[in-house]
Design a protein around this ligand. Structure first.
Ligand code: FES
Ligand code: FE2
Length: 439
């Protein structure tokens, strides 16, 4: 493999990107340092750690971290590393540590906010050394900044930079839309998540999220098969379950129709894809849900909530939120050509059970590793990575509808009838360059 030049300016042009951006391990290392270990990264939802001592491990860039609720009720994010000789404090993915962490190597213990609690035979062992309770290095290191928005916890490993809300900007609508759909105004986690490892660079996943050209091609066979069955059921019973529509839409929304949707592209690489699925049927379950929502919010506000027209919100660099269906995918890069995605699912607090079942159907049918939709995408991701590692050409094209975007108020909108524009990819690479150039 020929190596890409490390001059970032030479690798990213407004309408094309050098393949080294996806395949060069040196670029990957720099991305971890300058993007993932600096910006706000999603850790998890507060409801994953309901009680003091509950913890969940999470990877931020290359750092193994712990999200843990301390005795005072706060959610902390700590490095999963014992300050003694470096062992990870938690080896399990999640659990409850009780009132403190105890390192399995030499039994140092730490409070759930990271402060040193005890060291065996501390006085005799450390008297006269520079190691002791007053030395801050004896505590478990904490993430530089932790903040949460409507229950979604983020951490930044850099003390500087915009606040979480500034960083999210208009893209925080993904969380608002999800929570507002709950009669109680909040969601709770459905344990556990699906985990998928894809054999490709992390950016390929994010680019695909708002790639409106691919669904009717990549997922056509899946959509068609579902549509056949849907039509048959409809013929026999007069009505097909909504779950078939979730899959058949990939075929019935034909390639030309995708241009009717729109993407909204914001600073920091965030983007929104407007809705397309028409998930507001008039069956008794939906009507009951609408009744409960009206009771909670009033008719006007309910209408505003349910007509929010979003399909996906992409929060760069590592989160894809599907708010109307209460799910999100968190992207954890493992290597230049290996990426873990966690696919999480939430329950609308106060909503009737069938509404949860409906979102669960989407989770299983469209987002789970068992579905053909996921398999279709994974195959493309792997093929892209293979192609980009080879010498068949140096550039990745993002020219679709280039020069026709509408710029206003610091954001970029795709023009009318240009929903398949590659504006989201251009926007992501613009943010990428800005992050990467900040030494
Ligand atoms: S490494 Fe943790 S107590 Fe020694
Ligand atoms: Fe797809």
């Amino acid at each position: 493999m020929s190596h890409a030049p490390l001059d970032l300016r030479q690798m990213v042009e407004p309408d094309r990107v050098h393949r080294g951006v996806y395949s060069d391990p040196a670029i990957f290392a720099l991305e971890m340092e300058r993007i993932f270990e600096r910006v706000w990264i999603y850790c998890g939802h507060e409801s994953q750690v309901p009680k003091p001592g509950d913890y969940y491990t999470v990877q931020i860039g290359r750092q193994p971290m712990l999200m843990v609720r301390s005795q005072d009720g706060k959610v902390n994010v700590l490095y999963n590393r014992c300050p003694h000789r470096g062992a990870m404090l938690a080896g399990d993915r999640c659990g409850s540590t009780g009132e403190f962490f105890r390192c399995s190597y030499h039994s140092w213990t730490f409070h759930t906010d990271g402060k040193l609690r005890t060291i065996p035979m501390m006085e005799s062992g450390y008297e006269g050394t520079r190691w002791g309770r007053d030395n801050p290095d004896c505590n478990v290191k904490r993430a530089a900044r932790v903040a949460s928005y409507r229950g979604f916890v983020f951490a930044s490993l850099s003390p500087d930079g915009p606040t979480l809300e500034e960083f999210l900007g208009p893209a925080k609508i993904g969380f608002d839309d999800m929570c507002d759909r709950a009669p109680e105004g909040e969601v709770e986690i459905v344990p556990n998540c699906f985990r998928v490892i894809q054999n490709s660079n992390w950016k390929i996943f994010l680019e695909n999220q708002l790639d409106a050209l691919h669904p009717s091609v990549t997922h056509q066979s899946t959509g068609r098969a579902a549509h056949e069955v849907e039509k048959d059921i409809e013929k026999r019973t007069g009505h097909a379950p909504l779950s078939y529509h979730m899959l058949s839409a990939f075929a019935t929304v034909t390639i030309d129709k995708w241009d009717n949707f729109q993407t909204l592209n914001y600073p920091h690489g965030h983007c929104i894809l407007t809705g397309y699925m028409g998930l507001r049927p008039q069956d008794p379950d939906t009507l009951e849900y609408e009744r409960v929502l009206t009771e909670a919010y009033g008719a006007e506000r309910k209408e505003a909530i349910l007509s929010t027209n979003i399909h996906h919100v992409l929060l760069y660099p590592g989160l894809s939120v599907q708010s109307p269906l209460q799910q999100l995918r968190a992207v954890r890069p493992l290597g230049v050509d290996r990426t873990l995605t966690e696919i999480w699912h939430f329950r609308l607090k106060g909503a009737p059970e069938p509404i949860y079942r409906r979102a669960l159907a989407y989770y299983n049918l469209v987002n789970s590793p068992a579905t053909l939709i996921n398999a279709d995408d994974l195959e493309n991701f792997w093929k892209c990575q293979q192609g980009l590692t080879a010498d068949g050409g140096d550039w990745v094209s993002f020219h679709r509808h280039y020069g026709r975007d509408i710029e206003k108020d610091g954001m970029v909108e795709t023009g009318p009838g240009m929903g398949t524009s590659e504006a989201p990819m251009r926007n992501q690479m613009k943010a990428w360059t800005q992050f990467m150039e900040r030494a």
